[in-house]
Write a protein that binds this ligand. Structure first.
Ligand SMILES: [Zn+2]
Length: 188
C-alpha cells in the first residue's frame, strides 16, 4: 500500500493534504480503481448519451466526493447523464445546446479538433499536472496555445461526434490514466 501512497496521484495530492486519513484512503482507492483506464477515443461499446437518463452512479464501496477549491464544474445548468465506467472514461453532463462550457481550472488550450466522429468538436486544456477534455461541442471559441481561466468560455454545448443528444463529455487525464470527474468535482 505504501508503494501506492508514495506514488500517489499528483492531481489528488493537494486535496488530500488537508483531509483526514479516511478520505486519504478513499482517494487512494479511487485512484487504484481508475489506474487501468486509458485515454483515447470513446470505445465502440460506449453509448454516449445526452438525455437525462439518470445513469450516474457512485462506484461500489462509497468513495467519498471531495470538494476542492480550484476546480469548477464546466457547465452551470446540467444533469449528469452518464457516469465514469471502465468503458466510458469520463462523465456526461446533459445540457442545452449553446450553454457555455468553461474550463475546470485555469490552463492552456493544447488541442482544438473538429472531428465528425467520436469526440466531435473538442478542446483539451493543459493544467500542468493534469489535462481536461471537453467534447461534442457545437461551437469552439478558443484556439490552440490560448491561456484560459475559469471565466473563459471554451465553447458551447452541442452534440457533435458520437453523441445521441446535447451534452458535454468531460474527461480528466493525469499522465496515462483517466480520473473519475466525480472524485474531484462537486457534481450535483
Ligand atoms: Zn461521454
Amino acid at each position: 500500500m505504501w508503494k501506492y501512497l508514495t506514488k500517489m496521484s499528483r492531481l489528488v495530492r493537494p486535496w488530500v493534504a488537508h483531509k483526514g486519513l479516511k478520505r486519504t484512503v478513499g482517494l487512494v482507492m479511487a485512484v487504484l480503481a481508475v489506474a487501468t483506464a486509458v485515454w483515447g477515443p470513446i470505445p465502440s461499446l460506449a453509448s454516449d448519451v445526452g438525455g437525462p437518463v439518470g445513469l450516474a452512479v457512485l462506484p461500489e464501496g462509497g468513495i467519498e466526493i471531495v470538494t476542492q477549491e480550484t476546480a469548477q464544474v464546466p457547465v452551470e445548468n446540467y444533469k449528469v447523464s452518464q457516469g465514469y465506467r471502465f468503458y466510458h472514461p469520463g462523465m456526461d453532463l446533459a445540457a442545452k445546446i449553446g450553454e457555455p462550457v468553461k474550463p475546470m481550472a485555469k490552463g492552456k488550450v493544447i488541442l482544438v479538433q473538429k472531428d465528425r466522429w467520436n469526440y466531435g468538436q473538442h478542446v483539451v486544456v493543459d493544467h500542468g499536472e493534469y489535462q481536461t477534455l471537453y467534447a461534442h461541442l457545437s461551437k469552439i471559441n478558443v484556439a490552440e496555445g490560448q491561456e484560459v481561466d475559469t471565466e473563459t468560455v471554451l465553447g458551447e454545448i452541442g452534440s457533435t461526434g458520437r453523441s445521441t443528444g446535447p451534452h458535454l463529455h468531460l474527461e480528466i487525464r493525469e499522465g496515462n490514466r483517466t480520473v473519475n470527474p466525480k472524485s474531484v468535482l462537486d457534481v450535483k
